[in-house]
Write a protein that binds this ligand. Structure first.
Ligand code: SAM
Length: 276
């Protein structure tokens, strides 16, 4: 019978967040697959545990994943950990979990620290509906395209960001969503210098344009205000253009018809359609 893959979250800054179940799972697993064994050995030392470890990081998912699967299939149990937080959330693990699913190997996720949930909970932004967008691309064009695809998004949006990209990302967000869009900037969560700033994209972009950011950040951005009832958005226009194109109209004619029927600016709709 196959062994089980346990997804074991680890603290995102405060060792007090280690749970009893997390420690017991690490202790009972036959082996640990770790994003960086040098980081995980410190946690094991803290817990007074000694365990065989294998590396499982983003550059080795194929080869290491196969070796881990074989051991699971042979009946061993494995605890997967990353450097901090929940495995498979912007961290290695997603592919391994999918492969276990395909091959019928049981997966058990232990609940625990996760930066996005911690940030959302403390943000003061609406939590009923949200979208997690992970890290934006390094490349400016791709980053902008990602943000533009979220222009009409009404749900709260959560992003991870590295400090060296923060200033550029905040500037792009302010340009795309507006200077006044509310933002909760969560820095160094659970750590000594934890800081939660409820601000706007414009103010944060201006501040970090001048001051170098330090630490780890989660950005929680308020969703777009819903359109007043009956009003149509550019996205509705783009959907209609797409439909009309499918019916054989040229781009120009589709834009003309959609703009007229939905009461949108023809130039704005054309520019948006061309960008797509
Ligand atoms: N799997 C992790 C989780 O469950 O949160 C996320 C790993 S991802 C590689 C690392 C990113 O998470 C950082 O760049 C930052 O955006 C966010 N992060 C992790 N720890 C954080 C903390 N203590 N405070 C703020 N953000 C944090």
């Amino acid at each position: 019978m196959s062994g089980t893959l346990y997804l074991v979250p680890t603290p995102i800054g405060n060792l007090g967040d280690i749970s009893r179940r997390m420690a017991e799972t690490l202790e009972q697993a036959d082996f640990i697959a770790a994003e960086d064994t040098r980081v995980t050995v410190k946690l094991l030392n803290y817990l007074g545990l000694k365990k065989p470890m294998v590396p499982y990081h983003r550059h080795s998912t194929e080869a290491s994943g196969q070796a881990i699967l074989s051991r699971l299939q042979a009946g061993e149990s494995c605890a997967l950990v990353t450097d901090a937080g929940t495995p498979a959330i912007s961290d290695p693990g997603e592919e391994l979990v999918a492969r276990c699913g395909e091959t019928g190997i049981p997966v058990c996720a232990i609940p625990g620290p996760c930066a996005l949930v911690t940030a959302l909970a403390v943000s003061g932004q609406p939590t009923g509906r949200f979208t997690f967008e992970g890290f934006l691309a390094m490349n400016k064009k791709n980053r902008r395209a990602h943000l533009e695809s979220l222009q009409g998004e009404e749900r709260t949006m959560i992003f991870y960001e590295a400090p060296h990209k923060l200033a550029a990302t905040l500037r792009d967000m302010a340009d795309t969503f507006g200077e006044d869009r509310p933002l909760t900037l969560c820095r160094e969560l659970t750590k000594l210098h934890e800081e939660v700033s409820r601000t706007t994209l414009g103010q944060a972009a201006a501040w970090y344009g001048e001051n170098a950011p330090k630490g780890e950040f989660v950005l929680v951005v308020r969703g777009a205000e819903p359109l007043p009832e009956g009003e149509t958005s550019l996205e509705d226009g783009l959907d209609m253009v797409d439909r009309l194109r499918g019916e054989g109209l040229s781009l120009r004619d589709a834009v003309k018809r959609a703009a007229k029927e939905l009461g949108l600016s023809r130039n704005e709709l054309y520019d948006a359609a061309v960008k797509l």
